[in-house]
Ligand binder design. Structure first.
Ligand SMILES: Nc1ncnc2c1ncn2[C@@H]1O[C@H](COP(=O)(O)OP(=O)(O)OP(=O)(O)O)[C@@H](O)[C@H]1O
Ligand SMILES: [Mg+2]
Length: 457
């Protein structure tokens, strides 16, 4: 329309057409350049600091307990204030540039209008055009004016949307960590046999493989413990079973199905997991337990809690099963959170269970309750435990001893203890020693306190 109107005007009045055509062109080029070079550059930087500000805020809020524990409120305030100052400066700069662009656009349109009206009046005063022709030019100009203003607005909107979507486009462009094959089938796990066939795996850019041709198998219903030093590959082993990463070589089979060919959602929905530090939702206890099987009724939820030795403590909470547990379950103790997570796993009733035991020590009553619940939970299902507690380790069918990504020993507790100078034997003996050491120390402390009390009396 804009081009058509300009050409029509130029057909009757070539010089007028030239003024309108070149004026419109200058207007569009300057608006485009200002949007892309001047405003977009500032907006892009401001957006980056907007993301930074969001991250800093999330950090300060989610790590609030650490901030308080270190009395670092003032330090965090200062850090946040610096980021906010920079963000405010960049935001203001973007708005100022956008305002300058808007003023520039209006200014160019006013000049164009003045030039056209001035030239038309000049021709009319010299009698070269009639009043009707001047009226025709002014009407055409007001139509053109509207088009130009709209075009300017569109350019501005495109620039603003492109700047706002910058982060989104970047995230969208990132390759998926683990992608399902097109038309990947759902897996139906009946028995729960797990096999690693010459599995190679390394993290990201790390060129040294963590697992190198790792082959191992876990029978259906077997209870296997993973033990080994920190960083030896235990967590990675279970992550590969959940298909949180794909191996770089070899295959992982569950009941004979290569898990890289099945859908991730179906696989993970049939593997229950109790994490080292169970994370609960900021919802009621009942909702947290029912997460293992959406749609479970109250009786099923309570049955699962009973099996997990959690029913009694839940009943004593202010609102029983309806009690809100706070963000990530902060209103419950570590042992209580674990039992809720175990109840969730009971309800999920999955053929494969992964337990990542808590390393932090629990009081002996909690430990007995949790151990008792775990024994019930692991009955008749393939269980893989990242084992830290001596009480768990001894009762498992088989132990895999990890060292630097290799399984260096395999067998039950008794047979591994018979390997002279074996890795497991050394680990076990050290743990027992630490435990007895702690006990003796506790005993000594108690004796000291008793002695002091006796001396005072
Ligand atoms: N996301 C990751 N990116 C890069 N390297 C990683 C990643 N996760 C783990 N690693 C590395 O892989 C190795 C094995 O880690 P893994 O978490 O499997 O050990 P672990 O046996 O579970 O240790 P821990 O007993 O401390 O939990 C470690 O050297 C670790 O630094
Ligand atoms: Mg680990």
């Amino acid at each position: 329309m804009l081009v058509g109107s300009t050409l029509l005007l130029g057909w009757y009045w070539p010089i007028m057409g030239l003024i309108v055509g070149s004026g419109s062109l200058v207007y569009l080029v300057v608006t485009g350049l200002m949007s892309l070079r001047y405003v977009a550059a500032a907006a892009s930087l401001a957006n980056r600091w907007d993301t930074k500000l969001g991250g800093a805020l999330a950090d300060a809020i989610s790590c609030n307990t650490v901030v308080k524990a270190f009395g670092a409120e003032a330090r965090e305030d200062q850090r946040l204030a610096k980021i906010i100052a920079k963000w405010r400066h960049l935001m203001r700069r973007t708005w100022e540039r956008a305002a300058i662009r808007g003023t520039g656009q209006s200014f160019m349109l006013v000049i164009l209008k003045a030039a056209v009206v001035g030239y038309a009046l000049h021709l009319w005063s010299r009698g070269q055009v009639s009043a009707g022709e001047v009226a025709y030019v002014l009407t055409s100009l007001s139509v053109l004016y509207g088009y130009l203003r709209n075009l300017g607005l569109h350019l501005r909107n495109v620039q603003r949307s492109a700047s706002d979507m910058e982060d989104l486009v970047e995230i969208q462009g990132q390759p998926l960590g683990v992608a399902d094959h097109p038309g990947a089938r759902a897996i139906g796990i009946m028995k729960g046999r797990v096999e690693f066939e010459k599995v190679d795996f390394f993290y990201g850019d790390c060129q040294l493989p963590l697992f190198n041709a790792l082959s191992v198998s876990i029978k259906a219903g077997e209870r296997v413990g993973l033990v080994g030093r920190s960083g030896s590959g235990k967590t990675t082993f279970v992550k590969l079973i959940q298909r949180l990463h794909d191996p770089n070589g070899g295959r992982i089979l569950i009941d004979g199905h290569d898990i890289s060919t099945v859908s991730q959602a179906s696989l993970r929905s049939q593997i229950a997991i109790v994490q080292q530090e169970p994370i609960l939702f900021h919802r009621s206890v009942a909702d947290n337990i029912a997460y293992g099987r959406p749609g479970a009724d109250q009786a099923e939820i309570e049955q699962a809690a009973l099996l997990a030795n959690a029913h009694h403590f839940i009943r004593s909470l202010p609102d029983g099963y309806g009690t809100q547990v706070g963000e990530r379950g902060v209103k419950l103790s570590g042992g209580e959170r674990q039992r809720v997570a175990i109840a969730r796993a009971f309800l999920a009733d999955s053929p494969i269970l992964i337990l990542d035991e808590a390393t932090s020590s629990l009081d002996s009553e909690s430990e007995v309750l949790i151990q008792d619940a775990m024994n019930r939970l692991t009955l008749d299902r393939t269980t893989i435990v990242i084992a830290h507690r001596l009480s768990t380790i001894r009762t498992l069918d088989k132990l895999f001893v990890f060292d630097g990504g290799r399984i260096v020993e395999e067998g039950d507790h008794e047979s591994l203890m018979h390997i002279d100078g074996g890795v497991y034997r050394r680990l076990f003996e050290r743990q027992t020693l630490e435990l007895t050491g702690n006990l003796t120390q506790n005993q000594l402390c108690r004796d000291d306190v008793a002695g002091a009390r006796w001396a005072r009396s």
